[in-house]
Design a protein around this ligand. Structure first.
Ligand code: BES
Ligand code: MN
Ligand code: ZN
Length: 492
């Protein structure tokens, strides 16, 4: 998707390849909409009056073959109430405009905003770009008429240069989101731990330092919990350590991702139906990889480390059995009651390694950890758990601003009883009650008292519908925007 900003859009009215998107308020006239309406001899106004379109946000009205406009259509995009329109609203409106025009035949989408500040123009570009994401690597027989036709988004801005400047960090962010979406979309026969590690290693090009620990190294260190999960797979496990040093000698911020490239459940195997969804079980690691890419691309003034625990959870003759006891890097032993509760085993070693080696200011882990979080919160919120109120607050705020919403759940010490084992220091499942909470309590035993937060993203890592304007169905990249925003708060 090409993005451009122009100060004067009149040429686009005469461009037969350009669809126009005009933001329309619910409660106020806008001068752009009026100007376009005059050009069209009042055609837009008549369409507006004839239908039910009110300018409410989230709604669009497409008018085809409008006189005075050379392109195939004009999309009127609801912008809601004038006073309430902010950058996030502009971003969403642009995303809706993109969706309405993507297969119209037009190659260019020209977005006309009611207020043309650099910030609004940049966010409009971001919205259209994220809405345009599509993973089509493996579609070889799609006919041209089935493909989207839009190739370019042009946003009208008061000062095109200033809009370009405002867009640069958002482009870095979009690249991180797209990277995370690409990683998650790849099927597990393509993206196994070593391939995932290679794709992150390629980011050394943009200034990240990347180390990849192999199984021998992890065994030497004593990562029995992580290695136990991967031992039934012919694909070797990896731990990736990516560092971005843009913050001088400041203590780093640490991000840890669950990267189960495929989760069959292991010997505690999952039912066949829907098992294909478990290719998304590396969404946490994908988001951390995307974040690190964004930080490097925009040369963030912050020190950050990203750890990815990469495994494949398979059943075979070498696989871990229910009842096995493993020794984690921390020295604590774990009775593995259910081999399908594998994410916490991977994170246990990654978190311990992280705090011991980096002594970070805080750690945030992201994991598609429990089906129970889907039951608790549905698909619009990720679960948040934290041992630190300040960190929880900062994450919640960042999520609100970026449209990646979090909802905090408690970590009651009393529930630790549920993960007591008769023969080891703990067991890896706590039964049905509060399944997401007992998973988080398990993780907490591996943070060594450091400020820490856990995001259970099982319900938000991918979408089956297009419920969020900037997220077409499929991988969401959830977490990249939120964590990038969090990092901004620590930049000097
Ligand atoms: N990867 C799954 C969690 C998951 C389920 C993510 C559905 C996305 C959609 C995780 O490894 C898992 O299997 N969790 C079990 C834990 C249980 C055995 C305690 C679960 O949630 O059923
Ligand atoms: Mn599992
Ligand atoms: Zn899993």
């Amino acid at each position: 998707m090409q993005i451009a900003f122009v100060a004067d859009e009149t040429a686009l009215f005469e461009d037969g390849q350009a669809a126009l998107a005009v933001l329309v308020f619910e409660d106020a006239p806008s001068s752009v909409a009026d100007a376009v309406d005059r050009r069209t001899g009042g055609a837009l106004g008549r369409s507006l009056n004839a239908g039910r379109f009110t300018g409410a946000s989230g709604k669009t009205l497409s008018v085809w073959g409008v006189e005075g406009i050379a392109g195939p259509l004009v999309v009127m995009v609801g912008a809601g109430k004038r006073e309430a329109l902010d950058a996030a609203g502009v971003e969403a409106a642009a995303a809706h405009a993109y969706a309405a025009a993507k297969s119209s035949g037009a190659e260019t989408l020209a977005i006309l905003l009611p207020a043309r500040s650099a910030e609004f123009a940049a966010r409009a570009a971001m919205g259209a770009r994220l809405a345009a994401y599509r993973f089509d690597r493996y579609r070889t027989t799609e006919k041209p008429e089935q493909k989207p036709t839009l190739k370019r988004v042009v946003v009208a801005a008061e000062d095109a240069g200033a809009a370009e400047t405002a867009y640069a960090p958002l482009a870095a962010l979009a690249e991180g989101v797209e990277f995370a979406r690409d990683l998650a979309s790849e099927p597990a026969n393509v993206l196994y731990p070593d391939e995932f590690a290679r794709r992150v290693q390629a980011l050394t090009d943009i200034g990240l330092e990347v180390e990849v620990l192999d199984e021998a190294e992890m065994a030497r260190l004593g990562m029995g919990a992580l290695l136990g999960v991967g031992q039934g797979s012919v694909r070797d496990s990896r731990l990736v350590v990516a560092q971005w040093r843009g913050g001088g000698d400041a203590q780093p911020l640490a991000f840890v991702g669950k990267g189960v490239c495929f989760d069959t459940g292991g010997i505690s195997i999952k039912p066949a139906e829907g098992m294909e969804d478990m290719k998304w079980d590396m969404g946490g690691a994908g988001a951390v990889a995307g974040l690190m890419k964004t930080l490097a691309l925009r040369k963030a003034k912050v020190n950050a480390v990203g750890l990815l625990g990469l495994v494949e959870n398979m059943p075979d003759g070498a696989a871990q059995r229910p009842g096995d006891v493993v020794k984690s890097l921390s020295g604590q032993t774990i009775e593995v009651i259910n081999t399908d509760a594998e994410g916490r085993l991977v994170l246990a070693d990654a978190l311990w390694y992280c705090q011991e080696r980096f002594k970070p200011r805080f750690m945030v882990d992201l994991a598609t950890l429990t089906g129970a979080i889907i039951i608790s919160l549905g698909h619009d919120y990720a679960g948040l758990f934290a041992n630190d109120d300040g960190l929880a607050e900062a994450l919640t705020q960042a999520g609100t601003v970026e449209g990646e919403k979090l909802w905090r759940l408690p970590l009651p010490a009393a529930y630790e009883k549920q993960i007591e084992s008769p023969i080891a220091d703990m067991k890896n499942i706590g039964g049905r009650p509060a399944g997401s909470i007992t998973a988080a309590l398990f993780l907490q035993k591996f943070v060594n008292g450091l400020p820490w937060a856990h995001l259970d993203i099982a319900a938000v890592a991918w979408r089956k519908d297009s419920g969020w304007p900037t997220v077409p169905q499929g991988a969401t990249g959830f977490g990249v925007r939120l964590l990038n925003r969090l990092c901004q708060g620590y930049e000097g």
